[in-house]
Design a protein around this ligand. Sequence first.
Ligand SMILES: [Zn+2]
Ligand SMILES: [Zn+2]
Length: 260
Amino acid sequence: MPSRGSQQGPDGVTVTFAGSGDAFGSGGRLQACIHMEPNGPVEPAPVLLDCGATSLPALRGCGLDPGPVAAVFVSHLHGDHFGGLPFLILDAQFAGRTAPLAVVGPPGTGQRLTEAMECMFPGSSRVRRRFAVEVTELRPGGPDAVVAGVRARAYPASHPSGAPALILRLALGGRVIVYTGDTAWTPAIAEAAAGADLLIAEAYYWDKAVPHHLRHADLAAHRYELTARRTVLTHMSADMLGHLDQARFETAHDGLVLRL
Ligand SMILES: [Zn+2]
Ligand SMILES: [Zn+2]
């Protein structure tokens, strides 16, 4: 396939849903882990969007090496979204990584990551490593952060997780990707997704009301407000997976690759 627009700088992103599941393995799916690799003349490093506890097997199962991942963008501090970080960091340590690893998440990310590492692997947060773990905390409505070549903006999600939960709008490789994380419907979703190339939206249940989560019914009711070019559903429970053939949007599965 000919490459596109190589004189015009960064051009395109390959998005792989390494993990497209909920917290509980519904449908045999792995927890949230979306791998994004900008394709450009300079080939910036890949980054992750969320890093659930099962992220290492999710990535390796897709043939993706976690070693070059430059940054992890975390929507919120629930285990199925950030619980893979201790494994990712220890794996990098044992693999002799030297390049810094950036972790971008909501306020409280630094402390919660230290606590998670100490809980799961005592002493691991204090060990001397050959690479730095550089935490950037993003406030909903706060200024953009530019990390690993990605411009990140956070909008407020409605999802209690011991810290503010984020809807993330990321610009990389000349594309804009918006991710709801877990959240009840909020107008911030439409605001964040305005004009994006891809909206990755939670669709936890089909139409049953559950607190703090999005349903397919919410997205369908608000579909005319969602102006992203493409919307792909993820984080689906067994209930939602039972309605895939009726979904009004594209749906993710583990291993789905999109080229934007
Ligand atoms: Zn959550
Ligand atoms: Zn979740």
